[in-house]
Design a binder for this molecule. Structure first.
Ligand code: GRF
Length: 223
């Protein structure tokens, strides 16, 4: 058996995606070892969840640093010190400095609540509703200097219901996020996923031409 993948998780909020990863490790055999959960918000629920699970935590205050780059360089240095091999952004709401993140390209992923490249940034559920979309979803992508713009690895799709509002849509999608993120992390842990060059996602050694789809908890290449 290979060693579990050492991951650091960055989160600014409640941490339900972190909880999904921890649950998948406890109950679903997800081969990860969380080395650190870090936040830019000392009161983030994610930090409390991590503490309860016995995972080391770190809260850094952006206002204690002269610049975004200084903050991110310190953050990434501490993540590296933790021994993490992969960084998972799970509701991390702070924009990262493009230069500071460069050494982690290909080793850092983010979960975003839209079918990227649609709706980068904030208010994705509202924007999907305003556009009258029939489908909505979540994406996990490699992080690059472009906000929510890195190569997409996998997506979960849901139908938009006629009576959906922002809250119902967000809530229904979240349940799918909680399966999507552990599925992607699991494939990375198994060595089945990787980034080649600037924008080619490799799955089982083959270049993806479209994001993987989450179907019944498993990732599948788009037919
Ligand atoms: C999720 O919707 C995620 O896609 C987005 O931020 C939210 C975080 O939720 N990036 P949680 O903190 O994991 O509960």
């Amino acid at each position: 058996m290979t060693a579990p993948l050492r991951i650091a998780v960055l989160a600014s909020g409640r941490g339900s995606n972190l909880a999904a990863l921890l649950t998948a490790r406890e109950c679903g055999g997800l081969a990860i070892q969380p080395t650190l959960v870090a936040s830019d918000k000392a009161d983030a629920g994610a930090l409390r969840l991590a503490e309860a699970a016995g995972v080391p935590t770190l809260a850094l205050n952006p206002r204690s640093y002269p610049s975004r780059r200084d903050f991110d360089l310190d953050l990434f240095a501490r993540i590296a010190d933790s021994g993490a091999e992969l960084i998972v952004l799970a509701g991390y709401m702070r924009i990262l400095d493009g230069g500071a993140l460069q050494p982690w390209v290909g080793r850092m992923i983010n979960i975003h609540p839209s079918l990227l490249p649609k709706y980068r940034g904030l208010h994705t559920h509202r924007r999907a509703l305003e556009a009258g979309d029939a489908e909505h979803g979540a994406s996990v992508h490699y992080v690059t200097a472009e906000l929510d713009g890195g190569p997409v690895i996998a997506q979960a799709r849901i139908s938009v219901m006629p009576n959906d509002d922002e809250d119902t849509l967000a809530q229904r999608l979240l349940a799918h996020e909680h399966r999507l993120l552990p599925a992607v992390v699991g494939c990375i842990a198994e060595g089945r996923l990787g980034l080649a060059g600037a924008d080619t996602v490799l799955f089982d050694g083959a270049a993806l031409t479209a994001p993987l789809r989450l179907l019944e908890g498993q990732l599948h290449p788009h037919p």
